[in-house]
Design a protein around this ligand. Structure first.
Ligand SMILES: [Mn+2]
Length: 446
């Protein structure tokens, strides 16, 4: 990260913190509490084992400060007071022990170093005036009781915080931008590896080398699929087989990167030697860009999803994957056979950021329409919400078979489907900031 970027984080952070303070104080006031203790979390042990899963900090903790790799920390937010951080600092001869925190955010917190829970308890007791009205935000509710807090993750408070998290501050948008810029380096390296004939596994290594990260530091497991693997929505392997360079090949890569705990979530497709597949990529990219341009305040995300279905149907007709009257194809919802997932989701600290169905701060939920159960966002967009726009079109044989079983086989053009099958499918995904002029973050880096 260059010094300009670091400077921009330090200049944007104070406003982020005051926005959070405002949201938190309003939420606490509405829910009759005057402080909350937010736990960073702990790594989880495997069953009957002494190995842990990789540590994932609580998103509520990361929202306040970019500390993503420090378990056993506590953040005390009190109405009208400077935030207090109880930072875990203990001798540990098995690992490199944690270091005192450094960075642009430190001055805004009272920081206490604690080696164990007894020290946390002791130091927390200096802030005891409000414990009767204190809420715990964290997974381990037994730990909350040990610290004298009986109210854990109260629904009312959580709804208000989750609602607030959907709209991003300029600091958060800078984090998401930087994550996109890092992901771009990975995507370029992976494309090159694919074109050079590397295997899926080698392509994954090329991505990781370019972003200089361990897989466990990635916001989600990279999807690197060649050929028919690109039609498996969450394809989970990295094939070692070398490519056959005498055959056309397709490549779908869904891979992100982190910055201060915020995630990029980007998908691209590449063709080597298939004008048919390249044509499909180009047409999908055009359709996707037209919907990215609609990510504006006041727009219903479900409407964008339906608009995308109409564009996917255009593509299915253009590439002759389906046949029959447009009316019948719409009525039979044929686009869902090829595009079975949602258009996208809120993006932030969590890749599928929380609150996509939440309509207001008291937690009214609007579930997705019955025929579109995988739509992860049913919100009316507001300025500075960040969403992914990720339409896809795939040959998924189980869904095609169901379609035939339902007596709709006459709508499918098997010749064209057979042509696409070995190439899998396409998905194009960008991270877009809702605004009058929507901002596509991945493009900022290219
Ligand atoms: Mn996504």
């Amino acid at each position: 990260m260059n010094s300009d970027v670091t400077k921009s984080f330090s200049s944007l952070y104070p406003r982020h913190l005051s926005r959070l303070t405002e949201i938190a104080e309003k939420a606490m006031h509405a829910e009759q509490c005057d402080s909350m203790l937010i736990h960073s979390g702990v790594p989880k042990l495997h069953f009957l084992d002494d190995y842990h899963s990789p540590f994932k900090a609580s998103p509520h903790f990361v929202w306040w400060l970019p500390v993503t790799q420090s378990p056993h920390c506590y953040l005390l937010i009190q109405t009208g007071q400077k935030p207090v951080l109880f930072y875990h600092l203990a001798d540990d001869f098995w690992h490199v022990p944690p270091q005192p925190p450094q960075g642009f955010w430190c001055d805004y917190f009272d920081i206490h170093f604690c080696a164990d829970l007894a020290q946390v308890k002791q130091k927390l007791s200096h802030y005891q005036s409000t414990t009767a009205h204190r809420a715990w935000i964290g997974e381990d509710t037994e730990l909350a009781k040990e610290l004298g807090i009986n109210t854990s993750n109260p629904d009312g408070l959580m709804h208000r915080l989750h609602y607030g998290r959907a709209v991003k501050s300029p600091y958060e948008i800078a984090c998401l931008t930087q994550a996109n810029i890092l992901a771009l380096a990975g995507h370029r390296a992976a494309e090159q590896a694919f074109m050079d004939g590397k295997s899926e596994f080698e392509t994954q290594l090329a991505y990781l080398a370019a972003v200089q990260l361990d897989p466990v530091e990635m916001p989600y497991r990279n999807i690197i699929g060649f050929g028919s693997h690109s039609a498996v929505l969450h394809y989970q392997h990295y094939d070692n087989k070398p490519q056959n360079m005498h055959q056309p090949q397709s490549f779908l890569i869904d891979a992100g990167a982190p910055c201060h705990g915020y995630a990029a979530d980007i998908t691209r497709c590449h063709s080597r030697g298939s004008p048919f597949y390249q044509g499909l990529i180009d047409a999908m990219t055009k359709a996707q860009l037209s919907v990215c341009a609609m990510v504006k305040p006041g727009v219903n995300f479900a409407d964008l999803h339906h608009q995308m279905h109409s564009l996917v149907l255009d593509l299915l007709l253009e590439f002759k994957l389906v046949q029959g009257s447009r009316d019948e194809l719409v009525t039979r919802r044929i686009s869902s056979v090829f595009f079975p997932h949602g258009l996208g989701h809120l993006l932030g600290i969590q890749v599928h950021d929380i609150g996509g169905w939440q309509q207001d701060e008291v937690g009214t939920m609007l579930l997705p329409p019955k025929n579109h159960p995988f739509l992860r966002c049913t919100k009316i967009l507001e300025k500075d919400m960040v969403v992914t726009i990720e339409p896809g079109l795939y040959v998924i044989d189980s869904l095609l078979q169901k379609c035939r079983d339902n007596g709709l086989g006459h709508l499918l053009n098997n010749t064209a489907i057979d042509q696409l099958r070995p190439l899998g499918g396409v998905r194009i995904e960008d991270n877009v900031v809702a605004a009058q002029q929507p901002i596509s973050l991945f493009n900022l880096g290219s």
